[in-house]
Design a protein around this ligand. Structure first.
Ligand code: GTQ
Length: 347
């Protein structure tokens, strides 16, 4: 409470009468409502895949994908236990789908992204088109599209789910529907969207009505090749190395309206300069190993790990080997609201 607010018996007595009228004094809470810099319960945190993988696989022996609807272990921020949040506005989880399983079709107003962590050959189907997923692929399920997941391969698949669940809850705009059958009927061949919209071409007269990219799988093979080629120019951003934004090819905007997604390449031995921004960010290590300092913590990461950087927290990366980091945050929302800020270098 502000030093200036008096603490008198009259005020205490006054405060006691207010709740009956659904009223409260601003002056006792103002400084915690409007803070000079972002203040969050979100903490820097790290999920070591080596340690969580056995638990993910154990869940596979205890419940089927169909029984669970989605068999996911939620990555809960240690500063917000029990709230199903990895940051204040975003949800993340590790989803397992075993050979022969189906996670039945449903749709929801929350947008989802998948970043494939382990496995090869399982699929996600979105509104009648399947895409086959490989490690490092970034796959989108736009808001209110029917989607089911299945695994016709011979190995388990695990991916990182990123959803805007807390944001949609805050806006009180959640809708959900189950499809009557397990699978939504297929109406287009595999690879159609990527060929049609993700090849530097657009069908003549094409108009895109949705705020989400019509491309719903950005294969790692393609993304990696692009960054590999860019590496030859030897132009590195001091804070980010080589960092590229996944875009909606129709508009050039972010691929998703509520979540920014990026892939960055950090060369071996790079030492990034201090950086901070207002979008708390979730990282997944696609390739390589190293460490990052996040605020006063040191996070030692390797391939398949997940870590989270809270809003306005200083980060520096120290890759030990050439590394590819996928990341997502609520940056598009903050930019559209005029709230997003970044700071390069130290104070
Ligand atoms: O795959 O549709 O992690 O609906 C949470 C909710 C995944 C999904 C999650 C979901 C999904």
């Amino acid at each position: 409470m502000s030093q200036l607010v008096p603490d008198t018996p009259e005020l205490s007595e006054f405060y006691k009468r207010l709740p009956d009228y659904s009223l409260a004094p601003l002056w006792t809470v103002l400084s915690s409502l409007i803070t000079p810099v972002p203040v969050s319960r979100c903490q820097p945190a790290h999920w070591d895949y080596k340690k969580v993988r056995p638990l993910i696989l154990e869940s596979g022996s205890l419940i089927t994908a169909k029984q669970a609807e989605r068999r996911v272990l939620i990555l809960e921020n240690p500063g917000m236990p029990g709230e199903s949040k990895i940051t204040d506005s975003l949800y993340a989880g590790l989803q397992l789908i075993l050979p022969g399983e189906v996670a039945p079709a449903h749709r929801h107003s929350q947008s989802a992204l998948r970043f494939i962590v382990e496995g090869s050959g399982a699929y996600t189907a979105v509104d009648g088109e399947k895409t086959i997923m490989e490690e490092g692929d970034f796959v989108i399920t736009p808001s209110w599209t029917w989607h089911d997941h299945g695994n016709d391969s011979t190995e388990p698949m695990v991916w990182l789910d990123g959803l805007d669940i807390p944001l949609v809850s805050m806006l009180d705009a959640s809708f959900f529907e189950k499809y009557p059958d397990d699978l939504f009927p297929q109406s287009r061949p595999v690879g159609d969207a990527l060929a049609r919209y993700g090849s530097g071409l657009l069908p003549v007269g094409y108009e895109h009505a949705r705020p989400t990219s019509p491309v719903f799988n950005y294969p790692f093979a393609k993304t990696r090749k692009a960054l590999e080629q860019m590496k030859l120019a030897d132009e590195w951003d001091p804070c980010h190395g080589l960092k590229s934004r996944f875009v909606n090819p129709v508009t050039g905007d972010y691929a998703m309206p509520t979540m920014a997604t990026h892939m960055q390449l950090l060369p071996k031995g790079f030492e990034s300069e201090t950086y901070r921004s207002t979008d708390a960010t979730v990282f997944s290590v696609a390739e390589g190993s190293g460490k990052s300092t996040v605020g006063d913590q040191i996070i030692e990461w390797q391939r398949r790990d997940t870590f989270v950087v809270p809003s306005w927290t200083e980060i520096r990366h120290f890759p030990a080997t050439e590394s590819y980091l996928f990341s997502f945050s609520n940056r598009p929302v903050q930019e559209k609201l005029g709230l997003w800020r970044e700071k390069r270098g130290e104070d």
